[in-house]
Design a binder for this molecule. Structure first.
Ligand SMILES: Nc1ncnc2c1ncn2[C@@H]1O[C@H](COP(=O)(O)OP(=O)(O)O)[C@@H](O)[C@H]1O
Ligand SMILES: [Mg+2]
Length: 212
């Protein structure tokens, strides 16, 4: 049985996932926890190649099915070779995107059947779910303003596409209220990080976790 703890960050690009993962990770490390920061796609060695290829501007656009299966293949390896060993070693794993991204992007965004995606997710992960998932909820216009100027291929899709993704994330948060915590990401950086840290600290205290 896993000794560590597993938390994920979700949201559209520009919502603050990477920054929050860094800030929360730093705070947990300062508290004395052993922390692993990782991400999808690209958390495994295979995944890094897939990610490079997926985001390569010169390759032809991938179909939704190809995206689903490539991201899922990365996930199999990421879970087996990175996440599970870290949990077994007692680490806190903070993952930037995980199963909910696939439901929101390939399901909501690209129209594949969400129930089928959930089954693929279960198949890929062996049912490993994060204990808590922080969904950084941010209106599209604000996310765009915060984002880097160079958008990758997925990010270049139109606003409608992203609104569907936001709607899918919100629906997931309602569907899994125990696991997915919707965080208002319009607040300032310190306030958002603080809110997430409080949820994690509260969760770890209830789980009777000690890093000593
Ligand atoms: N709460 C916030 N308020 C203002 N700016 C933020 C906030 N959270 C993140 N940012 C900034 O917005 C940009 C996108 O954040 P990032 O963490 O890269 O998002 P993501 O990983 O979700 O794409 C970065 O420049 C980051 O510093
Ligand atoms: Mg990021």
């Amino acid at each position: 049985m896993a000794k560590g703890h597993f938390f994920s960050f979700e949201g559209i690009d520009g919502s603050g996932k990477s920054l929050m993962q860094q800030l929360v990770g730093k705070r947990l490390k300062e508290t004395g926890y052993s922390v692993l920061l990782t991400k999808e796609p690209g958390g495994s060695d295979l995944g890094k190649q897939i990610r490079k290829w997926l985001l390569d501007q010169s390759s032809a656009a991938l179909s939704a099915k190809e995206e689903l299966l490539l991201f899922s293949a990365d996930r199999v390896r990421h879970v087996d070779l990175v996440i599970k060993p870290a949990l077994a070693a007692g680490k806190i794993v903070l993952c930037d995107r995980y199963i909910d991204s696939t439901v929101a992007y390939q399901g909501g965004g690209r129209g594949l059947d969400k129930d089928f995606i959930e089954r693929i997710n279960d198949f890929a992960t062996g049912g490993l779910k994060p204990e808590l998932t922080f969904y950084l909820d941010l209106p599209l216009e604000i996310a765009r303003r915060r984002q880097k100027t160079q958008l990758d291929k997925i990010e270049q899709q139109n606003g409608n596409f992203f609104q569907t993704i936001i709607d899918s994330y919100r629906q997931l948060a309602l569907q899994y209220p125990q696991r997915i915590i919707r965080i208002d990401a319009t607040s300032n950086i310190t306030a958002v990080a603080e809110k997430i840290c409080l949820h994690i600290e509260d969760y770890l205290a209830k789980a009777g976790c000690s890093h000593e």
